[in-house]
Design a protein around this ligand. Structure first.
Ligand SMILES: *Cc1c(COP(=O)(O)O)cnc(C)c1O
Length: 346
């Protein structure tokens, strides 16, 4: 097998959900958008449903339909994008719950699917999705008469406990929703760690389930092993890869592994000077530019060349790799792509 191997620990995802759930009196949902953060929306949702999760969140209706097919009837599947034009049949047939973002969406929803459950998304300062205070004030009584099942908003800086934006948004959210007697949700993973006054009735972690910060104690979920295709000896002064980006300062041994930027292992990993893979517990720095399908690695110090080198696993977390790639773990996971040989563990 010559493609990278992606190991996904569904048991760890379920354990992370249980651990987050134990930190709050609120109900704990699960965000499974973008194909379950690249881990597979169907197997991830099924594992979480079996662990007791009753509320799932996706970005768009098509994703919700796939989750419904995986988990069957019962649990609520909420759509952050709301009720978009042309979505009525999907929403009805798969019993999805759109989070209504505007007066237009509200009208569309009650016209197309009268009586069909919906939630409300409010904008408390992020300026991305949801109704702003004035729009909500105008629609509020009409919307409440239709019995929304959830009112939610989203924190812009939830992973930074010191940021004053958190308290501003908390204040705006309570101002817009106090006394309405509808279940409320404000917090993703980061908000769970801001304290119980951010939890309301439902929290909706995403990245924490998949082993990412700011859930420091999360169990790792993802491992990636890249097969070694070739090993070569270099003389001092020889160069490696595109643009002659790396020059051997001394005689070296370099391994070429199967996996590259088309597999979400983006180029900056190779040019930022921080990229590394592991042979067992021994770190091996990447050298040269990452190619579309290949990465070159300094293995001079290894006594023996293994069949595979690990780029994600117990020695390198998704957040460490994200740091080397100057991004966040969410982007690492959702960029991994379809070429890996995937295996799921319970
Ligand atoms: C993606 C998303 C989440 C989950 O965020 P994490 O940081 O991954 O926990 C929650 N709510 C909304 C609205 C989102 O877009």
């Amino acid at each position: 097998m010559s493609t990278g191997r992606l190991h996904i620990d569904l048991g760890a995802i379920a354990d992370n959900w249980r651990a987050l759930d134990a930190m709050t009196q609120a109900e704990t949902g699960a965000v499974v958008k973008a194909d379950g953060y690249g881990m597979g929306a169907a197997p991830v949702s099924l594992a979480l449903a079996q662990a007791g999760c009753r509320r799932f969140f996706v970005a768009v209706a098509e994703e919700g339909a796939a989750v419904r097919q995986a988990i069957g009837p019962g649990p609520m599947i909420c759509v952050f994008g709301g009720h978009m034009a042309g979505d009525a049949a999907l929403i009805r047939d798969h019993q999805l719950t759109p989070m209504i973002n505007s007066v237009d969406q509200m009208l569309r929803h009650v016209e197309a699917l009268p009586g069909h459950p919906f939630g409300i998304q409010l904008d408390t300062g992020m300026n991305r999705l949801g109704m702003e205070p004035a729009e909500w004030a105008a629609l509020r009584d009409i919307a409440l008469a239709q019995n929304p099942v959830l009112i939610m908003s989203h924190l812009a800086c939830g992973e930074d406990p010191a940021h004053s934006m958190n308290m501003q948004q908390l204040h705006a959210f309570t101002q817009m929703t106090d006394g309405l007697n509808v279940p409320r949700s404000l917090s993703a993973t980061g908000g769970i760690f801001l304290g119980t006054n951010y939890h309301f009735d439902l929290v909706r972690p995403g990245i924490g389930l998949y082993g990412g910060l700011p859930f420091i104690d999360a169990k790792p979920v993802v491992g990636i092993d890249l097969p070694v295709i070739q090993v070569r000896e270099l003389d001092a002064g020889e160069t490696v890869g595109y643009a002659n980006y790396f020059t051997a300062p001394h005689p070296m041994r370099v391994a070429t592994v199967s996996g590259g930027y088309a597999d979400g292992l983006i180029r900056i990993i190779g040019t930022g000077g921080l990229g590394q893979v592991h042979a067992g517990d021994i770190a091996c720095p990447t050298v040269g530019k990452v190619s579309m399908d290949l990465i070159t690695v300094d293995v001079t110090h290894l006594a023996e060349i293994p069949d595979t080198l690990s780029i994600l696993g117990r020695n390198q977390s998704i957040d460490t790799l994200a740091g080397a790639a100057q991004t966040i773990s969410h982007e690492i996971l959702t960029s991994l792509g379809a070429r890996y040989t995937r295996s799921y563990h319970e």
